[in-house]
Every structure is written in C-alpha cells, then in structure tokens.
Design a binder for this molecule. Structure first.
Ligand code: SAH
Length: 254
C-alpha cells in the first residue's frame, strides 16, 4: 500500500457489535491484520478481554490491545462519514444493498475525507433493525441462499480483503485548493438532523394520527442515500428551524 492507502486504512473501523464468542474477536483481529487494517472496535462484547480471543488472534494481539470498546453503535460511529452494515439476510431491510466490492470501494473513497465504519452483527441474531437503520447502506456477501450465514470472522475476512484491494485502487483525491469540497456529514450530524426532522414533522402535524416510524424510515433512507455534506445538513436544518418557528406562530394562543 502507498502512503495515501495507509492513511486511509487507518480511518476504516471494523465494528463488531455484541460479539458472543471471544474466539471470533481474535480471529477477526487476525483477518484484519493480514490485510493491513488496524482499527477494531467492539460494541458491548459479551466476553472481552478473554484468553480465547488472544489465542485465536495468533500474533495479531496488538490489534486486540488497541481495540476500542464502545457502549453502543451510535457512540462507536459518531464521527464517521460513512457507516455500512453487514447482514447475512439479503433484502430484509429497506436499505440500499452493496456487494463487498462496492462497499469496499465506497469505504476506501470516503476514508480519504475522514473516519468510516463497517458494522458486523451478533453470531446468533446479526444486527438489530435499529442498528441497521443507522447505516447508509447494507452489505451482503452473496452466498448459498439456503445457507447464507458466514462465520463472523470469515465475513470480516471477505470484507477486509476487498477493502485492501480497493485501497490499492483508490487514487489520492485531487483537491482543487480554490474550491475545497465540503466534508460529508458525520453520523452525529446526520442523527441531529433526523431528530430535528422528526420533531418538526410532529409540530406541523404531518402524521395526522399515523405512527411516525414508517415515514421516518423512508425519509432516513432518502437522505442517507444522497451523501449529504456538512453544509447541506446545515441548510436543511435551517429550513426546519424556520418551519418550527412558523408552526409555533400558527399555534392558537393560550
Ligand atoms: N444468524 C445471524 C447471522 C449472524 S453471522 C443472522 O441471521 O443475521 C454474524 C455476522 O456476520 C452478521 O451479523 C453479519 O454482519 C456477518 N455476516 C455473516 N454472513 C454474512 C453474509 N452472507 N453477508 C454479509 N454479512 C454476513
């Protein structure tokens, strides 16, 4: 990898969510290290640190030692400008779906601008729908439709390998100093926007008694698909703030 690829590699977080078997954490660390990747994040691991994790890491214990443990997915990816979630079950969620190759290309490209994350679910149950909702898109490794669930560390290996190839392909971004491109919005900025959007829709009585979840799911999908940058999020939030102000003015006195 050239120096640009090494800098980008250090910005790609592999986030294991709720991992049940410590051996899988070790095997995932090994999978990452073989591909020149270094950032392992663990969200509520059931058993960590654990000797089984060290044993299966087989020399990648430096990655285990540096692994960041986070209390939830939102915290683990708050500063990330792209979040993708790996799911063994295809097309179950209302999310755009990528192959590992497409996902890796997107991660390698976005890592040029800042941290990015790839989520992996629990061995028994995968990622929850709520966790997948936090993602820009889902990633599915094409597999035998009757037996499509890979071992967690095996799934990490497939994505780590594709990520390595994509990093080698991704050219260093050419910045026009006259017109620097605004950075894509972070996860936390997008969630701030979604929270204000949900609040505004309530205030303008958009739902008319219907449950708000379905509209919010569709709106999340729409906005997450468009790769909003920081300036665009500020513009949209400005519009919402005016809607909220008008809604307050329109309220009957008393
Ligand atoms: N029984 C779980 C499978 C969990 S496997 C389920 O049905 O969801 C553990 C994790 O490995 C998954 O959450 C996913 O992140 C990853 N994984 C396994 N197989 C995969 C596949 N075919 N495509 C993408 N990710 C996969």
């Amino acid at each position: 990898m050239d120096s640009h690829a090494i800098i980008s590699a250090a910005r790609i977080r592999f986030v294991l969510v709720g991992t049940q078997h410590p051996g899988n954490i070790g095997a995932a660390a090994r999978a990452l290290k073989t591909m020149g990747l270094t950032r392992l994040v663990l969200v509520q691991p059931e058993k960590f640190p654990h000797e089984e994790a060290c044993r299966r890491a087989a020399g990648a214990d430096d990655l285990l030692a540096q692994a960041v443990v986070a209390p939830d997915v939102a915290t683990a990816v708050a500063d990330c400008r792209l979040v993708l979630g790996c799911t063994a079950r295809s097309r179950r969620v209302a999310l755009e779906e990528h192959s590992p190759r497409q996902a890796a290309a997107r991660l390698a490209q976005a890592a040029g601008a800042g941290p990015v994350a790839l989520l992996f679910g629990r061995e028994r149950t995968g990622l929850t729908n709520e966790e997948l909702q936090l993602c820009h898109a889902a990633v599915h490794i094409d597999a035998n439709p009757d037996y499509s669930s890979l071992n967690l560390a095996a799934a990490v290996q497939v994505l780590a390998y594709e990520t390595r190839l994509a990093l080698q392909d991704a050219a260093a971004p050419v910045e026009d100093p006259a017109e620097p491109r605004p950075a894509p919005a972070t996860h936390a900025q997008l969630e701030g926007f979604f929270a204000q959007l949900a609040q505004t829709l309530e205030q303008i009585d958009f739902h008319k008694g219907r449950a708000p979840e379905s509209a919010m799911r569709k709106l999340r999908r729409l906005y997450l698909r468009t790769d909003l940058d920081e300036k665009e999020v500020r513009l949209l939030r400005g519009i919402l703030a005016d809607c909220q102000r008008m809604a307050r003015l329109a309220q009957p006195e008393g």
